[in-house]
Design a binder for this molecule. Sequence first.
Ligand code: FES
Length: 127
Amino acid sequence: MSGVSGGVSGGVSGGGRDEHEVVFVRGDEEWRAHARAGEGLFAVARACGAPVETLCHGMGACVRCKLVVLEGTLTPPTPLERDRLGNIFHLTGERLCCQARVTGPARLELPRPRARRAPTGGLAGGR
Ligand code: FES
C-alpha cells in the first residue's frame, strides 16, 4: 500500500514520518498523495487519481506523461528520460512522470488536456 490518498481537491490523509506529500496540480484542480521515498511517481499519480496522460502505460515511450516540477525534487532523470526530453529539464523543469521517483515533498504541474481529435482519428478507449 502506497499510502496515497486524495482526489480532486481531496484532503490529505496518512503521512507517516517516512512519507512525503506529493501534489499534482492542473489549473485550479489538485490531487494530493503521501508517498514514500523511492515510490514511482506514475503509480502515485494513478493511485490518487491525478490524470496523467499515457499511451505507453509507463514504458517511457510516448512522452505523454510529461509534467513540470514546480517545487521539490525527484530522482535524477534516467538515461531513457534524458533521451526523450534532452538535457533542458534543468531549464524547463519538465520530467516524465513514468520515469521519476519520489525523493521528498513535491508540487508538480500537469499539462492541460489535449484537444480531442476528430471522431475518425481518436484513440480506442481514449477520453
Ligand atoms: S507514460 Fe509514456 S512516456 Fe511516460
